[in-house]
Write a protein that binds this ligand. Structure first.
Ligand code: GTR
Length: 327
């Protein structure tokens, strides 16, 4: 959480940046936020974007990545980005679900058949349209990043079927869709910021959570929640957005360079991500996590009501059908 004082300091910094940008973008450093620790693929991808941008602008535009939630937890940073206090935000799609209905679609359970399917959709016209959705909310959608697949983990027992989750307290991201996804399995969903999950697991406030291999590992949740059941129920991607206010301060030429550098960071992110997934899986296994495979069909069937609840209008139905039609 930002204190009042750090918020004021940031606002002051934003003002200085504004003053220099209007004088034709001389040496602007954009502030980017991320909740992950330094070295995590999302952090390194945005740093890479910064290096590309520095090159293409002869050092005029740089990016400073604030990692480990220094600028706040994900949900809190959305408004700050909309107001231009934060310039860039690498964030998961889920915290946007309540604000922008279309962002629910790529977070839906089992919407993608594979990582390749997800990449093809997000790289194509469906992804481009979705990036455009941020525009109405004072944001510029720049790029999507991979986030692997999310699976359930808990401190009690291996999950083999939806029935095993009945009554368990499971932390979810701050998204009504994720609440519904977990509730559909008969578990009790507890929405909570990412940074609070470790101690909630440790003290037994919650029994488990759900995430991909790298987050399960980097947070050390595997130490206090050792049963990881490979449900792979959501591939909810990451998104990189920019404050429309910050973006508007740049010339059309610089705006193009920002967009290009963001797109260039996607391939870098995927390379880093693929390697990190394997490393993290090996680390949690070595650290004592108990991994079990599950039969997915009962989970797919149990989560079907989530579609009925969230895919309600023609636009979202069309989006789901278009995603399913991508070969
Ligand atoms: C991670 C994601 C984060 C955050 C986190 C969470 O996989 O990269 O942006 O959304 O999950 O569960 O809160």
């Amino acid at each position: 959480m930002l204190t009042k004082r750090s918020f004021a300091a940031l606002a002051g910094a934003a003002f200085i940046a504004a003053a220099t940008t209007s004088a034709q973008a001389q040496n602007v450093t954009l502030r980017s936020t991320d909740i992950h620790p330094d070295g995590y693929p999302t952090i390194e991808a945005v740093k890479y974007m910064g290096q590309q941008l520095e090159k293409s602008t002869n050092g005029r535009i740089k990016i400073n990545v604030f990692h480990s939630g220094q600028l706040g937890q994900e949900k809190d940073t959305i408004d700050q980005t909309r107001f231009g206090v934060i310039d860039l935000n690498r964030i998961n799609m889920a915290p946007f679900n309540n604000l922008i209905p279309a962002t629910n679609v790529p977070s839906l359970p089992f919407i993608f058949r594979s990582v390749d399917h997800m990449r093809k959709v997000m790289d194509g016209p469906i992804g481009d349209n979705l990036l455009g959705e941020f525009d109405k909310h004072d944001l510029i959608g720049l790029a999507f990043y991979d986030s692997g697949s999310r699976s359930f983990y808990n401190s009690k027992k291996a999950i083999n079927s939806p029935a095993d989750m009945k009554g368990m307290k499971i932390r979810v991201q701050q998204s009504d869709m994720f609440v519904a996804l977990v509730s559909a399995l008969g578990a009790n969903a507890t929405p909570m910021p990412f940074g609070e999950v470790y101690s909630a697991l440790q003290t037994g406030v919650i029994d488990g959570a759900e995430n991909n291999w790298p987050s399960y590992e980097s947070t050390r949740h595997f130490e206090v929640s050792k049963f990881y059941s490979v449900t792979e129920h959501s591939l909810s991607p990451e998104v990189l957005v920019m404050s429309k206010r910050s973006f508007a301060k740049f010339s059309p030429e610089d705006q193009k360079l920002i967009r290009t550098a963001a797109k260039e960071s996607v391939a870098k992110m995927r390379e880093l991500w693929d390697a990190r997934e394997k490393e993290s899986e090996a680390k949690v296994k070595a650290g004592g996590a108990q991994i079990n495979a599950v039969q997915k069909q009962p989970f797919i069937d149990a989560m079907k009501p989530v579609y009925d609840k969230f895919v309600t209008d023609a636009k979202l139905k069309d989006m789901v059908a278009s995603i399913q039609a991508v070969k």
